[in-house]
Design a binder for this molecule. Structure first.
Ligand SMILES: NC(=O)c1ccc[n+]([C@@H]2O[C@H](COP(=O)([O-])OP(=O)(O)OC[C@H]3O[C@@H](n4cnc5c(N)ncnc54)[C@H](OP(=O)(O)O)[C@@H]3O)[C@@H](O)[C@H]2O)c1
Length: 320
């Protein structure tokens, strides 16, 4: 099969289309013939060696959609020919990938493969971090930094679908308009306005932050009593001072999570919960994939370069 290989840590030029053996499904796994794969920020971090391990020889890709090609021993839920999308822990930029069958979801009839492949990573991350762990509930105020990111467009839609009031920040007026059309009550262009000043007076119950750095104190100032600050990255800075009296006075909870290293049983339980609670929203048009641009598999470097430019809104996809 053809696959995109990281030939050494570095910029997009280190990605090369090469021949690899088709993986064989082990017990409880299925083999998917990939039709589309999602591009995620994490793939870029992996490519540059940002996770602290040498990525040479690895195939990136955390989510795919395609057709079940084979079922391994003890895999019984899916049959050959079923269209599925899946969360995987690597290997998605390829013609075939094996996956724990419990990490797969059925592709709703209305979605293309590219649209279906755009969902698993963001939906599972937002569901586990914001809803399961952050306990966002109806009527609460929810602030999403990076509102136009792949994560952001999912978070805004899920917040609205579950009756929360979504606020967002993004890096241009065009991105902010998009976030508001998607369901955000208000989106602030953080490059031209101070989001803390703009949202002053609106008690925020939950914040989903991927920025860190000097956002942390501003976030804490905006949080309501019993507010929850949930980190999924720290793109602006890994270290932030915490003003402990604010934390105590407001009984703030600060937490964070990384989906990729979670164990297979956790991901299976999470996927089952998403299928039950979130998947029906797709049929009801309350959750729509936001695919910004699709590239052929062989142009994965261009796809990642577009993501690094941050010019996109929503998801960047690869088609196989
Ligand atoms: N922990 C987890 O399990 C997990 C899972 C999935 C994703 N994530 C993280 O969630 C984030 C979004 O992922 P994604 O795949 O959806 O990526 P993405 O679409 O590329 O989104 C990243 C967004 O962050 C904004 N941004 C970049 N640098 C910034 C900065 N210094 N300050 C403020 N905003 C900045 C950019 O938009 P602007 O124009 O608005 O700047 C960009 O759209 C990434 O950081 C990713 O690593 C974490």
């Amino acid at each position: 099969m053809e696959a995109i290989i990281i030939t050494q840590p570095g910029d997009g030029s280190v990605l090369a289309l090469q021949e690899r053996a088709i993986p064989q499904p082990e017990s409880g796994q299925i083999l998917i013939r990939v039709r589309a794969a999602g591009v995620n920020r994490s793939d870029i971090h992996q490519r540059t060696g940002g996770y602290g391990t040498d990525p040479t020889g690895q195939i990136p890709g955390l989510e795919v959609a395609g057709i079940v090609e084979r079922c391994g021993p003890n895999a019984s839920r899916w049959k050959i020919g079923d269209p599925v999308c899946a969360l995987i822990s690597g290997g998605g930029y390829a013609e075939y990938v094996t996956v724990d069958e419990r990490h797969c979801l059925p592709i709703p009839e209305t979605l293309t493969f590219a649209e279906a492949a755009s969902l698993p990573e963001t939906v599972l991350t937002v569901w586990s971090t914001v809803f399961q762990w952050g306990h966002l509930s109806a009527g609460e105020n929810f602030l999403i930094h990076g509102g136009s990111s792949g994560i952001g467009v999912t978070a805004i839609q899920l917040a609205r679908a579950f009756g929360a009031n979504a606020y967002a920040t993004a890096g241009s007026d065009e991105k902010c308009d998009f976030c508001e059309q998607l369901g955000a009550v208000r989106c602030i262009n953080y490059k031209t306005s101070d989001f803390e000043q703009e949202l002053n007076g609106i008690p925020i119950d939950v914040i989903l932050d991927m920025v860190g750095g000097n956002y942390t104190q501003k976030n804490m100032n905006l949080l309501a009593m019993d507010g929850r600050l949930m980190f999924i990255n720290a793109m602006q800075g890994a270290d932030s001072p915490i003003h402990i009296p604010t934390l105590m006075q407001k009984r703030i909870t600060i937490s964070g999570s990384m989906l990729k290293p979670r164990d297979p049983d956790f991901k299976a339980t999470l996927t089952a919960d998403v299928e039950k609670q979130v998947w029906p929203l797709i049929a009801g048009d309350q959750l729509k994939p936001v695919v910004y641009r699709t590239f052929p598999l062989g142009e994965a470097a261009r796809a990642q370069e577009l993501m690094e430019s941050s010019d996109h809104i929503g998801k960047i996809m690869l088609e196989v």
